[in-house]
Write a protein that binds this ligand. Structure first.
Ligand code: SAM
Length: 389
């Protein structure tokens, strides 16, 4: 993995978290990070008299390039991703920066509780989800004034009309830079817009489930039930009295169904998205009535569970993700299966749903020694495997 991030002859060592599972071709920054840093440094933005006294807010820093670079400006980092938080923390430490320089916030944090005056500079990496961007622009309105410098960056293919329209709608007049290394900057001027009613969370109903699902902006399949989740819902194991993990829980549809169908089951909901785990919590409260039979953990795969409480679970259910930030990858699924094996009791079951073209069967065979196909159609399979020892 290339870890030397260099702009204007200043270098940082940057890694993607978790380094040991990453493909060698991946790096912890992209051209949009370089572009935004070059622009801020070229304009000597932090030297302008009214910008010396921060606050500066950084949104959606993927793996810490922006937070590490500007760490001495004491930025507030806003990200929905636990992995992004962990990457920033790791990269601050690797480079010998004080981790207290960065104020870590999830994307549901009310920024008025963090700063009591308008932000001077806001730097935004355009997220994969337009809904998350919309939520973030609405949340930002409370901490902007007409003097705030707002600069966003993303790959050219991401900086589309739909993105610019959101800036125009929620911030104000918006322009873009020339493209450089297939990336573009967005400049937006706050026009004092106040949005009274956020469209989030949204609610989804589906005949397959006897409850509605509340979804914060960045939740996977926020507007409908995922096809993989549908097949898994039709093939849930008997979990009476069992201790179950819903791994990569999203809005919690799988785990809430387990709680609904198995009165004595306990479900631990795990996701790396703060918004997902918060949505799952809300859906448990809404449908089950209390959190007594549920635990909620924000974590990369099962890392946070395995720190304290390994080999205690009867069943792990998983509809694995294909992405880490903007990159398509299968390393997350692989870590999920590896962690699941560690978290299961001897005799415990991992049950997954997967697209048939993926090599999940090979991975399960390698890790568990075998697997059973519970159900299969043209696109998806439900695979089950047990921990022998
Ligand atoms: C395919 S979705 C499944 C969501 C839900 N369980 C369902 O079936 O609709 C995968 C989920 O894994 C989460 N995820 C992605 N990477 C993760 C990681 N490294 N650790 C934990 N969860 C992760 C995503 O945020 C997403 O909610």
């Amino acid at each position: 993995m290339n870890t030397h991030f260099t702009v204007f002859e200043r270098s940082l060592h940057l890694e993607r978290y978790p380094a040991k599972y990453q493909h060698i071709s991946l790096q912890a920054w992209d051209a949009a990070d370089e572009y935004i840093i070059e622009h801020v440094e070229n304009c000597s933005l932090f030297c302008e008299p009214d910008k010396i006294d921060t606050p500066i807010i950084i949104l959606n820093d993927d793996f810490g390039a922006l937070s590490a670079w500007f760490n001495d400006k004491k930025p507030i980092l806003v990200s929905d991703s636990w992995i992004a938080h962990k990457s920033v923390m790791t990269n601050l430490m690797i480079n010998g920066f004080d981790t207290d320089n960065v104020n870590f916030c999830d994307a549901l944090t009310d920024l008025t509780e963090i700063i009591d005056k308008p932000a001077k500079i806001v730097l935004i990496k355009i997220p994969r989800s337009l809904a998350l961007l919309e939520h973030q622009l609405i949340s930002l309105q409370k901490v902007l004034d007409e003097k705030t410098t707002i600069i966003a960056a993303g790959k050219v293919k991401v900086v589309q009309n739909s993105v610019l329209k959101l800036f125009e709608k929620y911030i104000g007049a918006t322009t873009t830079s020339l493209a450089k290394k297939k990336s573009r900057l967005i400049f937006s001027k706050y026009a004092g817009i106040k949005t009274e009613q956020s469209p989030f969370p949204t609610v989804v109903a589906d005949p397959l489930i006897p409850f509605t699902l509340s979804n914060h902006a960045n939740v996977f399949c926020r507007e409908h039930l995922d096809i993989g989740a549908r097949i898994l819902l039709k093939n849930l194991p008997n979990a009476l009295g069992k201790s179950v993990i819903d791994l990569g829980c999203g809005n919690g549809v799988i785990g809430v169904s387990i709680l609904d169908q198995n009165k004595d089951a306990h479900v631990t909901f795990v996701d790396e998205s703060f918004m997902a785990v918060e949505s799952a919590r809300q859906n448990v409260i809404n449908h089950i009535g209390s959190e007594d039979r549920a635990t909620f953990i924000v974590s990369n795969c099962l890392e946070e569970i395995l720190k304290t409480n390994s080999s205690n679970y009867d069943i792990v259910l998983c509809n694995p993700p294909f992405h880490q930030q903007n990159t398509i990858t299968d390393h997350v699924a692989y870590q999920m299966f590896t962690d699941a094996k560690k978290a299961l009791k001897t005799g415990g079951e991992l049950r997954i749903v997967g697209n048939r073209h993926l090599d999940y069967p090979i991975k399960l065979k390698k890790l568990f020694g075998g697997y059973e196909v519970i159900e299969s159609n043209k696109k998806f399979s439900i695979l089950s495997t047990y921990k022998a020892r």
